[in-house]
Design a protein around this ligand. Sequence first.
Ligand SMILES: Cc1ncc(C[n+]2csc(CCOP(=O)(O)OP(=O)(O)O)c2C)c(N)n1
Ligand SMILES: [Mg+2]
Length: 666
Amino acid sequence: MARSESKLDIARRRFLQSAALAGAATTLPSVAKAAPEKETVKIPATDSTLSRGMLPPSTEQLAMEASTPEELSEKFAVGKGLATASSYGSDFMVDVMKSLDLEYVFSVPGSSVLGLHESIVDYGGNRKPELISCLHEESTAAMANGYYKAALKPAAIMCHGTVGLQHAAMNLYNAWCDRVPLIAIFGNTIHAADRLAARDWRHSAQDPVAMVRDFTKWDDQPMSLQSFAESMVRGWKIATTPPMEPVALVVDSTMQEMAVENRDRLTIPRYTPSEPPQGERGAVRETARLLVEADNPVIIADRLARTPDGMRLLVELAEMLNAPVIDLGSRQNMPTTHYLYQTRQGRRLIAEADLILGLEVADFWGETNQVNRADMTFSPRTKAGARLITISVNDLYIKSNYQDFQRYAPVDISVSGDGEATLPTLIEEVKDALSDGRRRALAQKAGRFRKMHADSFEASRQMAAYGWTSSPVSTARLCMEIYDQIKDEDWALVSVGSSEIFVSNWPHRLWAFDEHYRYLGVGGAGGVGYGLPAAVGAALANKALGRFSVNIQCDGDFMFANGALWTAAHHRVPLLTVMHNNRAYAQETMLVQGIANQRRRGVDRAKIGTAIQDPNIDYAKLAEGMGVWSAGPIEDPDKLASALAEAVRVVNSGYPALVDVVTQMR
Ligand SMILES: Cc1ncc(C[n+]2csc(CCOP(=O)(O)OP(=O)(O)O)c2C)c(N)n1
Ligand SMILES: [Mg+2]
């Protein structure tokens, strides 16, 4: 006892000396220095906020420094791999990650992933992969989701397999419904004999992934390092084969921490991506024939364009047929600037169509039927005899419990295959089926769609003018003021939360989404708590790609996972977040109003339980407290432009910024 106390004293003295040194050398950059210094700008107060490596060690750290490995083992139960060895299990795991060119691991630390954590930062040098510090496991999954959709490369998340996984679950489900691949690594202490402390028991499970198995494509709990290598490479391959989905690996803490004697005997299998499945040629040929024959074919695209190629191919197909495209917007499938982008005319076009082709549409039934909520009835939106054809991976892979497979849609031809991968064959078949005469006839249709496209844009422009000077700010004004500031950047709208309808779809009505990367869709399951962390993950990817990331952020969604802002500050992620602060769970306010109205009880009390007021939340202050440049709350729409312009400058200097705008409900 006496011996360890004196060691503690020595350690404390050492810390005091180093702290004094650190204090003298506060030269690390800070947001405060990067932000333009204007009167309206709120600048985060602390230099130390972003200074790394200067925090005083905890009592536990001091004790660790002072103790022998044996004492540590006993006291903190972290000693399994303390013996000096040339290589540890988790070092090999990092080698496997490097072989896959994994860029980022979004993580929350925990003793069950201790070995891996240390190997990533020390053995791997915190480069490929780099740990991204997160303040909630739910954020890790959303960040990996947003990252994938911008980078088109999977990332990993890492946390405790029990308490961490429980937190991560909702955003894993969002990724699942969004068909986004990610590798979830969960720590576990599998062998009871290795659980040295009470917390090891609480943080262990027989089958940690059980609770998310219904929304992960594959999982494994490898029992040897060689198995880990194979499972990691296999998991990567499975996750990235359409339909893309998250996979989970449970990684034993003892295996991470154990010394490895014969590293040379372990091998890392070569990764070969699977070619995505294509639709059967005969069915694709028949689809092409019917498309060419149809007088009014309509294309509906949902999660079609996995890559920019998907957009290019869809444009080619639509132009050959002069077929209007209804882009449901889970990805940017069709440029909004193209005359065949006819999303807002969807209802009308579907009603007059004689053929509807659904490309990777999750809810084809919902698109082709009208539901009447009041009397729980439905009727087709299509005219009698219209042919219905789908191309998707929906039937290739399905699970039973969670119901995101949607209502069963009866169709005439159902092609099972990846939409994007099937498009080249479909285009080829359409070319073959088109006679010169038919080609000329179809060309005549362009004029009508050009006019509809221009009229629709103009109608939206006129409509956006309503309430232009209102306070709280209208969602049209909010969106157009943002666009005015970013339109000359190489911009990407990385998130609008759960649904773009929350801002009445103004971006897709009036912004020019002319590239695949300009839009990443919304949270796949509509689970609140996706928007901000997904935006941070996407902006991290866009940083390397030189794109300007903008996030329209609902207030309710923000409060679920606002720590993601700190991650953006800490990792210098340039991201413009503009609050759509309607001080409510507004969708829910409207829904409660709807049912109260139906029951003829008045709508006045619908804000109870749905308003986020009294007190109002100061988002600019919250952001400032996390080291993020901020402005607001802004209620006067005329003050928006200057605040946004400054925020854009901050983001262009490499930092996140937040502008809080008090808005109307929708
Ligand atoms: C995790 C989760 N909890 C609850 C809901 C139900 N829900 C749908 S929209 C919504 C309100 C979201 O509020 P906010 O993000 O501020 O957007 P607004 O409705 O105000 O536009 C809620 C609570 C959900 N979709 N996900
Ligand atoms: Mg809200």
